[in-house]
Design a protein around this ligand. Structure first.
Ligand code: PLP
Length: 377
């Protein structure tokens, strides 16, 4: 018997894509995070950070969770708050879909839409800054702070990465995921470079994001990108980075729904396109694990709406061969991402990152994992 919905987080399946993957190339496996109870990969860092905050006495009964999130992390926290009895306030932005807003509200979260853009043309800095100010004003509140809290990547080191290695340890050749806070890519890359250093680790970002360097511009892919390199991501652990356009990401996600029966959001469409590219470079005994961070229901009004796609000037349909050709033509943005790291330590003061986050981070940075004799980051 399962005593709480929260116990069903994790242990998501790895799924093959037989209609798209050719027999003479590497085998692509999708790690399908839609099966988490909150519908996305963000359930993992959310429960990890909240459990740790409770353990440390940072979050107490009757407390309020305050977070900046364009959707998925906020939905996970809203679900956890409902299950555990906390008040939850989520700061979103105009890119957040109406479905995500409805989901936040159905779990009882209070939603604040931040409309002021930051100097990167995004909303990350304005959202985070306001969340930190609210946390100072509201008594008994806690900021999970996914963007600056190293527990985010530690959650993936301890769950997602271990699951992947248990399921396909010695056949894993390439690992691919999208990046925003760097939680997934940071934690999983750290695990792989420690225990399976030959695995190629690939980061996928949006054209218009500056995580792997380059200039910032607006883009439509939700949940991906940032104007700087996040602290959760150690670039030395990343072998290659790709930047994907909005149309490529949206079109690929639509193709996988239509031709494989797999619903995914645009960030996963971007990763799936890169996975097809890397599989084309490998033999069939090698596996490419690609994170599919959420499902497609969240994007019914955008990604899966023909009219919306046409309004953006995007094509609405692509067959598998078109997608495979598009994948084959991808060029890496960088083959040495460490060279273009864009860390911004000044933001810690500038955005008033909470002391609780800084305290946890210094503990993690000084911790030695005595089971393995390694530092976490
Ligand atoms: C759908 C989706 N894909 C990818 C990511 C990127 O994950 P991370 O923040 O761990 O870098 C996010 C983060 O919000 C997301 O919601």
């Amino acid at each position: 018997m399962i005593t709480s919905i929260l116990e069903t987080i994790g242990n998501t399946p790895l799924i093959t894509i037989p209609n798209t993957n050719k027999a003479n190339e590497g085998q692509v496996l999708f790690k399908y995070e839609r099966f988490n109870p909150g519908g996305s990969i963000k359930d993992r860092p959310a429960i990890y950070i909240i459990n740790e905050a409770e353990r440390r006495g940072l979050l107490k009964p009757g407390g309020t969770i305050i977070e900046s999130s364009s959707g998925n992390f906020g939905i996970s926290l809203a679900m956890i708050g409902a299950a555990k009895g906390y008040r939850v306030i989520i700061l979103v932005d105009p890119k957040t879909t109406s479905t995500n807003l409805a989901l936040l509200k159905c779990f009882g979260a209070e939603v604040i839409v931040v409309t002021e853009q930051d100097d990167c043309g995004s909303y990350h800095k304005t959202r985070i800054s306001l969340a930190n100010k609210l946390a100072q004003e509201i008594a008994n509140s806690y900021r999970p702070d996914q963007c600056f809290n190293l527990l985010n990547s530690e959650a993936h080191f301890n769950s997602t990465a271990r699951e992947i290695m248990e399921m396909c340890s010695n056949t894993l050749a390439v690992f691919i995921t999208a990046v925003s806070t760097g939680g997934q890519l940071g934690g999983i890359s750290k695990y792989l470079k420690t225990f399976a250093p030959d695995v190629q680790v690939i980061g996928v970002d949006a054209v218009g994001s500056a995580i792997f360097g380059g200039h910032t511009d607006s883009y439509l892919i939700p949940g991906v990108g940032l104007g700087w390199t996040p602290v959760n991501l150690n670039m030395a652990n990343i072998d290659r980075a790709y930047k994907i356009t909005d149309e490529q990401a949206f079109l690929t996600a639509r193709a996988f729904a239509r031709h494989e029966g797999i619903l995914m959001g645009p960030s996963s469409g971007a990763c799936a396109l890169v996975a097809l590219k890397l599989a084309q470079e490998l033999t069939p005994d090698k596996r490419v694990v690609c994170m599919i961070s959420d499902g497609g229901e969240r994007y019914i009004q955008t990604l899966f709406n023909d009219e919306w796609m046409e309004q953006q000037g995007f094509a609405t349909a692509a067959d598998i061969e078109t997608i495979r050709t598009m994948a084959g033509q991808l060029q890496p943005w960088s083959t040495c991402p460490a060279d273009s790291a864009n860390y911004r330590s000044d933001l810690i003061d500038g955005l008033e990152v909470p002391d609780s986050t800084l305290q946890i981070n210094s503990e993690i940075l000084n911790r030695v994992d005595y089971h393995q004799g390694i530092r976490f980051l």
